[in-house]
Every structure is written in structure tokens, then in C-alpha cells.
Design a protein around this ligand. Structure first.
Ligand code: GLA
Length: 734
């Protein structure tokens, strides 16, 4: 039984490869010494070993920090090869597979050199260069360690110098090995309006794959994130696990293979499906990054590690502030005109929000965008709706003291559009088959440089003409339904990869010119949420489902991997719950509105204005603080979570009662993350517009009470009532 907490490696190579000293009396061989390459963070070690005897690189250790990594020289086992090839000793799923010019389908990778470089005080980049002894193929394993966040980022670069292109079939970003008794995989799946449903299962022998083949809007059914818990299921505060995610906005594959020795390999990368890549001599094939953290204290710590990493490195301007906004999508859909929008600018101001976001429907003239069947691709203001153009609205917003933002969907086209009529070759479609549509639209061929130019110019011209535009919502409402590029000709299998890389290069160019313009990432809700894209985006639209009951689960799901500052939550008319419940649910992330302000009664308006003031006061803690999930909606009929700032002087707690049985009593909730020695003032905020909440009062009440951090974390508080669909928010101040 392998009970150890460490992932000590089990023998896969015969024992005489061991590192042990030669038996007494036996002469030293000329075998080069083993080399250990240590990639530590503050609390984690990942150690590779180069076996002196065969020159191959093995994963020697992954787990909590060792006092001394040199102790690994006592390991008697070779370990699992770090980046397994096909056609050599590996008979399981490879990380890499290719066919050479002479038709030879095998690859062997041996250590050449490595170097580690500190890129700043916190990050170290280690490159391990491997080479095939027979063919001119080089593979570099890149590992960046983020010390303070306990996060590791891995990617791979492949270069070949044969006479002609080689075909690569597998090109993983990361391969990790584990030896535990049992493995529990937590995955997140869904669909439109039901994103991020959590599912946990024990891995059994063989292969489990989580992937997508959608191309664009690629994460609609599966999000590229997972927890892998070892030996036992982990919970928020206990258990050993890794939390991993692939930064890739296209087809991804997360593969877990449990072999006959109960060893597990986790291979993460671009989905090789329909994507064999012809690699030109001298060109570098760079994989996307796999980002992961190891925790021996449950999922809560893993999330906090990832959140901190994301704010510092993964999400654009993750340590800065965000704009609160009023969006018009759910209140007007496509039906609006200038006076209506001007009225919404007034509403934005009246509410105390920062920005008005004009959604879909503002463009196209020959085929006006009055519904989702026409106009996509024709990015000129619709003259009937906006006779004075966007410029007028930007000016009006400015005059009213609010900012102006705009929705675009630049990668897509309706067949009913001038763009399609003029450039059918810019559209992904089969020349000889009937087109298949999703939401009546098609995807533009971003592999074509002319299309890249079109998308870049469309955004650039809009921003140049209207420098007052202060926010963009970048949508992507269809998957690739007709996977054929006129531009790629006989290299159709490059489509899924080149599409995403070229999307990134367009975004790169835009970000060079507009480095800090806030842009919301949207894809028919949460159909594109990953750290490959979030480098360019300040936030993302979590779901078109804004029913707050559903939202508790969706936002809970995202909270495992993405920081609150990046998750946009709007208060809308979906759901019959109270305005208070909706507001309290939206507040746990980046709050916004998409509701008829003029239909709010006086009390509701006042409630909302006060809530926005509260939110602005607390947003620093919500956006930049540490998240503690206290009670999961997957385990109880309620959800409770809190954020705590860095110096533990300020916190905010959200409690949502989702359902309850007759007579059900909810236990007190023990808080986390506070300073036991500090005394905290607790005040309930966002009081209900319907007067006193029914049910027993929670301890915050309307009066301010004081408790020590020690009391709050050991004894706890009773928070919220047992009445279904009620909520409470507590401001906690030292
Ligand atoms: C998608 C988005 C919505 C809205 C519509 C507009 O569905 O998720 O928020 O912008 O497109 O068509």
C-alpha cells in the first residue's frame, strides 16, 4: 500500500538504474552523476532527476516543500519519465508523438542542459533542453515557478531541423505523475446558461479525458480546469491535491491515465483531435501554459493560490480596480434608439454606477442588426437607431458624468451581412457543403492575415474615432461549425491551433495600443474562460443565466479557479427572488446591473443606491482579498463564503439560504482567515427592503457587535435565516 503523502516514485526502470553507491569493493564506473533539477516555490517542490546512466529526465518528486531536496539522491527508483515520447520504452499515452521525414514514428528525448533564471524577485524560469540522439529534434520543457503564490506554469517548445516538415500528433503542455492509493477527479461541465457544474469521481484504471472540440466558444460544455485529489477526497481545508488549468481558448484536452501499477499520469494540452501539425524546419511550436498549484490543506488554499497568481500574473490588471456598470441587454435586447439610451445614461448616473454598456444591436444598415439573424460583421452604426453615431452617445455619457462601453463580436459573421457577401472566403465554411449554423452565424477565418487585419482594424478604428469609449464587451457566440479554411488549403489540420494563436496575436496588437482599456471576455455566457485569454481581458461574463439561485452555483464553480475581480455578476430580472437576494449574490464578484431602473420603486431604488455605495466601500476586499468558502451549496441548502483583506483588518461575509426543510436549523458558521487576536466589529449591510427578514434573526442583526477573531473562527456566528432565497451580507472590520 502506498500510504505516503509524498509522491515517491515507483520503479518503472529496472533496479540497476538506481542511484545507490556501488557495492563495497566495486570500482566506480565512468557513469555521469545524476542531476537533480529543483523547481520549488515557497511551500512546494517539483524535482526532476536526470539519470546519469541513460541521460533521461524523470519526475522525482512533486509535493510539499522538502527540507532538503538533496535527500532525493537516496531514492532508489528511477521514477517516471518527465515527458514521455512514443516509440520508445513508453507504452502508455505519450506527451509527444511525431513522424520524421523518413517515416520513422519514434522519438527519444535525452537531457542536454538546463538553466534557471530569476525573472523577478518572485519568479524563476527553468528551461530543460532535451534532444533526440538520432534525429535533429529538440524539446524544451519550460517551468516557471511563482514562489509566493505556490504556482507552477509549464509549457513546451518543440523545434526540428530535418530537411522537410515533420508531423507532430501529440504536443502536451504538461505531463505530471502521481503515485497514490486513490485519485479523485473534480471537473466542471455545463452548457449555455448552466456553466460550471461540479462533478467529482474516483478515477479507475484506463483513461479519462475531459476535452472540447468546439474550436471557438470552446468551453461551453467543459471548462479547462480540474482538481485532482490524492488518497482521499479533499474538502475546503483538508486533503492533498493539485488544482490545474490550461490557458488555451480553443480545443483542449485533459487526460488522466491510471496504469496497471496504479500510477497516474495527467497530460494537459491542446486537444490533438483533428490537429496533426506540420512543423517546418527551424520553426518553434510553443504549447499553451498549464498552470497548477499543489495543496496539502484542501481546495480552499489551492483556490487562494490560484487567485493570488491570477491577480498578479494571469488576469489583466488583476490588482487594479473595476468599473461598476449598467448593461442594456436584458432590458432592451435589440429594441432601442437614441432617446432610450440617453435615458439609460441618466439611470446609470442616478444609480451611482460608473459606466453604461451598450450591448448587441447597435450596428449594420443593409441588414440591420434587429435580431440575431442579420448584420453581424457590419460594424457601422445603424442609422435608424443611432442617427448621430456612437460619438454622440460617448459625449452624452461624458456630459452626464458616466463612462460609455460597447459590445462587439468581431470574430463572427451572419450570412446575412455585407461582410459575408463581400468576403465569403473569409468565412470558415466548406465550399461544397451546406452551411451549418449556430445562432445563425459563422466564424471568421482568423488564420487568414486579411481577417486578422479586419478584426484589428474594426476595433482600432472604433476606438480611434471614439477615444471616449471606456469599456468593451468582446463576445463570441458560436463554435466552429464548418471547420474549413480557404486560406489554409491543404493544411486544414492546423485550423484549431492557428485560429487561437492568431486570435492571441490580434489581441496582443490591440493591447500594445490600448494597454489598460477594460475588456470583458464573453462567449454566449461563460463559453470562453481560461488564462490564455484572460491575459488580455480584465473580467469575464460568467453566464447568461442571471437567476440568482443558479448564479450561486455558477459563481461558486468559477470561484475555485478564477478570482472574484474577474467574475462579472449582474442584477437582472431573471428569477423571482427579491432584489436584495439578487444584489447580495451579484456582490460576491464584480457587480453590475442589467435591469429596468425606471421600474424600481422608491424603496428599491434607495436600496440599490445604498448597496452600490456599500459595494464600492467593500470592493477592495472582494476584488483583492482572500476567499474562504465556508459552506458549500453542494453540501447544504445554503452557501456561505467570505473575503479577507491582506492584513486581516477587513472582511465581508455572504450567506445565501437556497432552500430549507420544515424545521431545518442551520448550524453556526465558523469563519476563517481572521486574526484570532484582533477584535472585529460586525455589521449586517444591505438591509431588506421588505423590512425585517422572516425567521430567526442572525447574530449580526442591525446592530453592530464585536467579537474576537478567535471567537469568530472557533465558536462561529449564526448567519442568515432559514427562509429559502434569503441572504445576508456582513461587513467585518477590525
Ligand atoms: C451573448 C452574451 C449576452 C449578450 C448577447 C447579445 O449571448 O452572453 O450577454 O451580449 O450575446 O447578443
Amino acid at each position: 500500500m502506498k500510504k505516503s503523502l509524498l509522491f515517491l516514485i515507483i520503479v518503472i526502470v529496472s533496479c540497476y538504474t538506481s542511484m545507490s553507491q556501488p557495492p563495497m569493493g566495486q570500482a566506480q564506473t565512468n557513469q555521469p552523476p545524476d542531476i537533480f533539477i529543483s523547481l520549488g516555490t515557497q511551500n512546494t517542490d517539483l524535482v526532476y532527476k536526470v539519470n546519469g546512466r541513460n541521460g533521461k529526465v524523470y519526475q522525482a518528486y512533486l509535493g510539499s516543500k522538502l527540507l532538503n531536496t538533496a535527500s532525493l539522491s537516496q531514492l532508489r527508483d528511477a521514477g517516471h519519465q518527465a515527458y514521455q515520447t512514443y516509440g520508445n520504452e513508453n507504452l502508455f499515452e505519450p506527451a509527444i508523438r511525431m513522424t520524421h521525414n523518413d517515416g520513422n514514428p519514434s522519438l527519444e528525448l535525452k537531457y542536454v542542459s538546463h538553466n534557471s533564471e530569476k525573472t523577478d524577485a518572485n519568479t524563476t524560469l527553468t528551461k530543460i533542453l532535451l534532444k533526440d540522439p538520432v534525429y535533429p529534434v529538440e524539446v524544451t520543457l519550460n517551468i516557471r515557478s511563482f514562489a509566493a503564490e505556490d504556482v507552477l506554469e509549464q509549457w513546451v517548445e518543440i523545434v526540428q531541423k530535418e530537411a522537410k516538415p515533420v508531423k507532430i500528433y501529440n504536443y502536451a503542455s504538461s505531463m505530471l505523475h502521481f503515485d497514490a492509493d486513490k485519485y479523485w477527479l473534480t471537473q466542471f461541465h455545463g452548457d449555455w446558461a448552466e456553466e460550471m457544474k461540479m462533478q467529482e469521481s474516483e478515477l479507475t484504471s484506463g483513461i479519462k479525458i475531459i476535452d472540447t472540440k468546439l474550436g471557438t466558444r470552446a468551453h461551453m460544455y467543459q471548462t479547462p480546469v480540474f482538481f485532482l485529489s490524492f488518497n482521499e477526497k479533499s474538502d475546503e481545508t483538508t486533503g492533498e491535491l493539485i488544482a490545474g488549468t490550461l490557458g488555451w481558448s480553443g480545443n483542449f484536452q485533459l487526460l488522466f491515465e491510471l496504469d496497471e501499477k496504479n500510477s497516474l499520469r495527467a497530460i494537459s494540452g491542446i486537444n490533438p483531435f483533428a490537429s496533426e501539425y506540420s512543423l517546418q524546419p527551424g520553426k518553434v511550436f510553443k504549447t499553451p501554459s498549464f498552470i497548477f498549484t499543489y495543496s496539502d490543506k484542501g481546495k480552499g488554499l489551492a483556490s487562494r493560490n490560484l487567485h493570488r497568481w491570477a491577480r498578479n500574473y494571469g488576469v489583466l490588471d488583476g490588482n487594479k480596480t473595476r468599473l461598476t456598470l449598467l448593461n442594456n441587454w436584458e432590458t432592451t435586447y435589440f429594441a432601442f434608439d437614441e432617446p432610450k439610451l440617453t435615458g439609460l445614461l441618466d439611470d446609470t448616473k442616478k444609480m451611482g454606477l460608473d459606466l453604461f454598456l451598450l450591448d448587441d444591436g447597435w450596428f449594420a444598415n443593409k441588414y440591420p442588426r434587429n435580431n440575431d439573424r442579420a448584420g453581424l460583421g457590419d460594424w457601422q452604426e445603424n442609422k435608424a437607431k443611432l442617427p448621430n453615431g456612437l460619438g454622440y452617445l460617448v459625449k452624452e455619457a461624458d456630459a452626464k458624468g458616466v463612462k460609455f462601453g460597447i459590445w462587439i463580436e468581431p470574430e463572427m459573421v451572419n450570412p446575412k451581412s455585407e461582410l459575408y457577401e463581400n468576403h465569403p472566403d473569409w468565412v470558415l465554411r466548406f465550399p461544397n457543403r451546406q452551411e451549418v449554423y449556430y445562432r445563425n452565424q459563422l466564424t471568421l477565418d482568423l488564420t487568414n492575415p486579411k481577417v486578422q487585419e479586419f478584426v484589428y482594424n474594426m476595433v482600432d478604428e472604433m476606438l480611434t474615432k471614439n477615444p471616449g469609449i471606456a469599456f468593451i464587451k468582446w463576445d463570441c457566440n458560436s463554435m466552429i461549425t464548418n471547420p474549413y479554411s480557404a486560406f489554409l488549403k491543404d493544411q486544414q489540420s492546423h485550423l484549431y491551433i492557428d485560429y487561437v494563436n492568431n486570435l492571441y496575436s490580434v489581441l496582443d496588437r490591440l493591447r500594445k495600443k490600448y494597454p489598460s482599456l477594460p475588456i470583458m471576455l464573453c462567449s454566449g455566457g461563460g463559453g470562453r474562460v481560461d488564462y490564455g485569454a484572460l491575459r488580455y481581458f480584465t473580467e469575464f461574463w460568467a453566464s447568461d443565466d442571471t437567476d440568482p439561485l443558479e448564479r450561486v452555483y455558477i459563481q461558486w464553480g468559477y470561484s475555485y479557479f478564477f478570482p472574484a475581480i474577474s467574475v462579472c455578476n449582474h442584477i437582472t430580472s431573471w428569477g423571482k427572488q427579491s432584489l436584495k437576494f439578487k444584489t447580495d449574490v451579484a456582490m460576491m464578484g464584480k457587480m453590475g446591473y442589467d435591469i429596468q431602473i425606471n421600474e424600481l420603486n422608491e424603496k428599491e431604488l434607495k436600496f440599490s443606491q445604498d448597496a452600490i455605495v456599500n459595494y464600492k466601500r467593500l470592493s477592495d476586499v472582494i476584488w483583492h482579498g482572500d476567499l474562504y468558502r465556508l459552506i458549500s451549496p453542494y453540501e447544504e441548502n445554503r452557501a456561505v463564503l467570505m473575503y479577507v483583506n491582506n492584513n486581516r483588518s477587513k472582511a465581508v461575509l455572504f450567506a445565501y439560504t437556497l432552500n430549507s426543510r420544515y424545521g431545518e436549523a442551520f448550524n453556526r458558521v465558523r469563519l476563517q482567515g481572521l486574526d484570532p487576536a484582533k477584535t472585529y466589529k460586525i455589521q449586517e449591510i444591505n438591509p431588506s427592503t421588505e423590512g425585517r427578514r422572516p425567521g430567526p434573526p442572525s447574530e449580526g442583526g442591525s446592530s453592530v457587535r464585536s467579537y474576537t477573531g478567535d471567537y469568530l473562527m472557533k465558536v462561529g456566528l449564526s448567519v442568515g435565516s432559514a427562509t429559502p432565497l434569503t441572504s445576508a451580507v456582513f461587513e467585518i472590520t477590525e
